[in-house]
Design a protein around this ligand. Structure first.
Ligand code: FMN
Length: 214
């Protein structure tokens, strides 16, 4: 196999779209997630995010990277104003509609309606869920950490409610997302379904690898 060897000088010569595709895909497959919010006037907003990261289980914290405000501001300003947002994992078959939510719709345009997805309202949660998503959770906004180096933000929320089909949650709490056929994304426009799943017991230096039954 011929290996290409790129370095900083090469990156600066690339066209900006080539560079964006290259580096967006370099860090690998991500969880494809629709983030639902509401503004203070009660206008719903839905946008696609993939740079989602688990930050801790106690308290249950999830973060995502928001692009600079000039590029994407509705989700961030809504969740900071109301303190509430939902994350809705995108099941196979919904990726086309999910992709379309990433278009720059005006702030008074509801992306749920624009792409043909349904709002789901849950008692005590201000932000809308996506009805068509099987695995979804609501968060209370905790903090936004500006990343000064490039104008992006790490947005952190605490999980306050989870909606998940019972048959996906194992005895030990593991959520088998392959059964739910949740999509991953690669780069800014590639979508893929994960392949077969394996699980291994907690690794210890003095113990051989043990395969867990699913
Ligand atoms: C596959 C895919 C993944 C994306 N992931 C992110 C992301 O992690 N962070 C981000 O800020 N924008 C991401 N975007 C772009 C947003 O969806 C887009 O900027 C959207 O218009 C933001 O909407 P808002 O202004 O309503 O928040 C992604 C787009 C696509 C197609």
């Amino acid at each position: 196999m011929q290996i290409q060897n790129f370095s900083t000088q090469d990156f600066s010569l690339w066209d900006r779209f080539y560079r964006a595709h290259f580096f967006n895909s370099l860090s690998g497959f991500k969880s494809l997630t629709l983030v639902g919010t509401l503004n203070l006037q009660g206008q719903p907003n839905l946008a696609l995010f993939s740079n989602i990261v688990h930050l801790g289980a106690d308290p249950a914290l999830v973060g995502f990277i928001n692009r600079p405000l000039a590029a994407a501001s509705h989700t961030l300003s809504n969740l900071e104003a109301t303190g509430s947002f939902t994350c809705n994992l995108v099941p196979a078959g919904l990726e086309e509609k999910a992709h379309q939510t990433s278009a720059k719709y005006a702030s008074d345009q509801d992306e749920f309606d624009a792409v043909g997805l349904q709002h789901q309202w849950e008692e005590g949660i201000q932000a809308p869920f996506v009805k068509e998503s099987f695995v979804k959770y609501a968060l209370e906004w905790v903090e936004t950490i500006p990343i000064r180096h490039n104008g992006t933000f790490l947005v952190i929320g605490q999980v306050v409610k989870v909606l998940v089909p019972q048959n996906l949650v194992g005895k030990d709490g593991f959520i088998n997302l392959t059964k739910a056929a949740t999509m991953t994304s690669l780069g800014i426009d590639g979508y893929s379904l994960p392949g077969p799943l394996s699980r291994y017991a907690y690794a210890k230096p003095d113990r051989p690898v043990e395969i867990l039954r699913l």
